[in-house]
Design a protein. Sequence first.
Length: 169
Amino acid sequence: MLKKIFKSIDRGFLFVEDWSLFIAVAVALLTAMANVILRKTTSNISLYWSDEVVRKVIYFSTYIGCVAAIRSRALIRIDALPQIFPVLKKPLTLISHVAVLFFALIMIYLGAQMTVMMFQDEYAKTATLQIPEWYFYAVLPIMGAMMFIRTLLVIVEDWGNQHDATGEN
């Protein structure tokens, strides 16, 4: 039962990560390409807002990419030491997971504070498109929560695999 719940959460996160990243990067790519084509083929037509779109997509994809990196176990961590001293693999993995959980909690807390602050500031809007900035700050606590949950899923998966490998249940 619990395994089914974890699997459905994992699938939901996978869907959100993959499609949001795909759509965001596609929008940035198409916007940048259209701007370059317009600048090179015409003398005075340019998408003045394309740089802002690309910057916001980089911001978004960096944070949502962190969640995807946890899934694929691609976050930065100490991996040379466990190769030299295999006995350190479990403690260093645990330290890595705890550090990510701590970071995620900080992102939730500070991200929520910054989002509320931007929401209360009626003048906090992007320079060219005039989109309220709080939309972009809201990515921080969402990403923090997703990182926290995703890390818990990885911990449970690692713990389950250790028990399966030893024959325990």
